[in-house]
Design a protein around this ligand. Structure first.
Ligand SMILES: Nc1ncnc2c1ncn2[C@@H]1O[C@H](COP(=O)(O)OP(=O)(O)OP(=O)(O)O)[C@@H](O)[C@H]1O
Length: 568
């Protein structure tokens, strides 16, 4: 069936141009020159999408956007006068799926129409199988949770995926902002393009411009070849600005310009290159507060925060804990190639539902990884969770489960004391580097008094595994009066007195042959690999050793092309 469109604009020549473009794309169209005419056409006919100017002789195209979005799923895009970004944003908020600026550039118009066609195609597919559209299936498989709070969230995600509007994902750390960003991309008409996530807090400020916009060979010392920036990598796809609050102010100005103009210029280049990207952004910080404090530009905030999606904390959706736990245990089982998939005992499942998950879903996942490591059989019991005792009734349950596990934990005196365990076979393979003395000690979790999550501070906030044997000069104090003290797996090497932490001079004062950048990257790579080896390739712990965040480490590993796990 031929696709049909309604074009609304009072400029006759422009309407003709749009009609010709649409006809060339195989789309039949009607033209309305006023709001009243548009309403009448809309009532009397069925269209697959609509394209409207905002300034019409008898009213605003925004009214049409509102009416069409409220009464149907039909994609509607708006044409805005150059520079009237506020109106474009208003239209996106009201439900327009995209906008195009005047003077009209035909490639941009074609791109917009192609996106509309993809949305229509997706809708037709969904109508054919309403119960379990591929989109719904993907959403349910990757965003786990069926609680009352998750239903409207999932519906909103499906709607947002159709739009080109910038979305700002807010919510505490570990609530799944990146999961949702990826889903919005994979469910959108841009799914065939790249999803490029960037941790804005992890890029050194002096490299930011080059990372975002690229550089030409020779444009600065160390620019040994042309480099494509993140904007260009995301061309045709989605750029996800994670930890956007951490962007330095100087970079915010440049980013705003690139987002508004939809063009970028690489360092050392003379020409601007157009880019077609959708911007998604996220932070666990209060961005509006940062705007008030002058730490984040209001104009950029306004531009990226066209639609805000707030993700609930895990504590706000406790009903989802069992299903999430099941999901992660299945994942761990597959990743670690366990013969028998692990499962939670009823007591353990109940205990999890009472835990205060300051680190949200990420904390749950890590807690389960640790529990699987500690359990000798496929049954994950309350004692493997490493959580503090919270109530009397729970104590009874725990005593019962401890009794059941007594064969496995013959050496264990009580949960608050360090325990010595042998690891299951699969874990042995994975954690070879941790086993120089074949012992792993679990330390009782110290109840957090702050709401910081474990991966954003340099302090350990969870019961970590520690090696008993550590080098003399880094031996953690075993005489500490606080047996709950959290001890790092390996302490970072402390400089001796009068010793600086700066890198040693290479080759007796000679400068590195391949230049500073290359030398520093090599050093960075070596330090990261050392930390990863020391922690059995556990990125969370390696990040702590290096005094950085998990996300930052992951970003650097990707940048330096360090494979995820080289332990085998
Ligand atoms: N609803 C969910 N279903 C399945 N996995 C989830 C869900 N939410 C979060 N996760 C998992 O939790 C971990 C953290 O998620 P993610 O990185 O998306 O959180 P975030 O909010 O972006 O965190 P941060 O603010 O620290 O960047 C990931 O392993 C992710 O796969």
């Amino acid at each position: 069936m031929t696709t049909s469109a309604l074009v609304v604009d009072d400029e006759v020549d422009l309407c003709r141009l749009m009609q010709i473009t649409l006809t060339k794309m195989g789309i039949k169209s009607d033209v309305a020159y006023t709001l009243a005419q548009a309403r009448s056409y809309w009532q009397d006919n069925t269209y697959d999408f609509c394209l409207t100017d905002l300034k019409l002789p008898d009213g605003s195209g925004l009214e049409l956007v509102k009416e069409i979005s409220n009464s149907s799923n039909t994609p509607i895009a708006v044409i805005t006068a150059h520079g009237s970004m506020d109106l474009a944003i208003e239209a996106l908020k009201l439900g327009a799926f995209d906008f195009v600026n005047k003077p009209l550039e035909l490639p941009r118009l074609r791109q917009l129409v192609e996106n509309a066609l993809k949305v229509i195609h997706q809708d037709n597919g969904a109508q054919a199988t309403p119960e379990s559209s591929p989109e719904q299936k993907m959403l349910d498989a990757r965003l786990i949770g069926d609680s009352a709070i998750m239903h409207p969230l999932k519906n909103t995600i499906l709607k947002l995926a159709r739009s080109q509007a910038p979305v700002f994902l807010s919510g505490a750390s570990g609530t799944g902002k990146e999961v949702v960003a990826r889903l919005i991309h994979d469910l959108s008409p841009r799914r065939d393009g790249s999803f490029v996530p960037v941790n804005c807090g992890a890029i050194p400020s002096e490299l930011m411009e080059s990372e975002f916009f690229g550089h030409k060979k020779g444009s600065f010392t160390g620019a040994v070849a042309d480099k494509q920036g993140l904007f260009q990598q995301a061309n045709g796809g989605t750029l996800f600005l994670d930890e956007v609050a951490d962007l330095p102010l100087a970079m915010q100005v440049k980013l705003l310009r690139a987002i508004q103009e939809k063009t970028v210029r690489a360092i050392g280049d003379t020409k601007e290159v157009p880019v077609d990207i959708r911007i998604l952004s996220a932070t666990h910080k209060d961005l509006s507060r940062l705007v008030q404090d002058g730490a984040f530009r209001q104009d950029l905030y306004y531009r990226i925060n066209v639609i805000e999606l707030k993700l609930p904390t895990l504590n706000d959706r406790r009903d989802d804990i069992p299903v999430l736990a099941e999901h992660f245990l299945a994942m761990i089982s597959a990743e670690w190639q366990l013969d028998v998939p692990p499962s939670l005992t009823r007591e353990a499942s109940e205990r999890l539902q009472r835990h205060d998950f300051a680190g949200n879903v990420r904390e749950l996942r890590n807690l389960l990884e640790r529990a699987v490591t500690l359990a000798e059989t496929s049954d994950i019991d309350i004692s493997h969770l490493g959580l503090p005792d919270v109530s009397h009734d729970l104590k009874d349950t725990q005593a019962h489960s401890n009794a059941q596990q007594s064969n496995h934990y013959a050496n264990e005196q009580n949960q608050s004391q360090p325990t010595t365990q042998t690891m299951s076979k699969a874990i042995e393979n994975r954690e070879q580097t941790l086993q120089s003395d074949s012992e792993i000690t679990a330390v009782k979790h110290k109840k957090e008094t702050t709401n910081l999550h474990p991966y954003r501070t340099n302090t350990q906030h969870y019961p970590s595994m520690i090696q008993r044997s550590v080098p003399n000069n880094t031996e953690p104090s075993t005489s500490s009066s606080d047996t709950n003290e959290k001890v790092p797996l390996h302490r970072p090497i402390q400089p001796k007195e009068n010793e600086t932490t700066s890198l040693q001079e290479p080759l007796d004062g000679q400068l590195p042959a391949q230049g500073l950048e290359h030398y520093l990257q090599e050093q960075e790579k070596q330090l990261i690999i050392t930390a990863l080896k020391q922690t059995g390739w556990n990125k969370t712990q390696a990040a702590e050793l290096l005094g950085t965040t998990f996300r930052s480490l992951r970003y650097r590993m990707k940048k330096l092309e360090i494979a995820e796990d080289q332990s085998e």
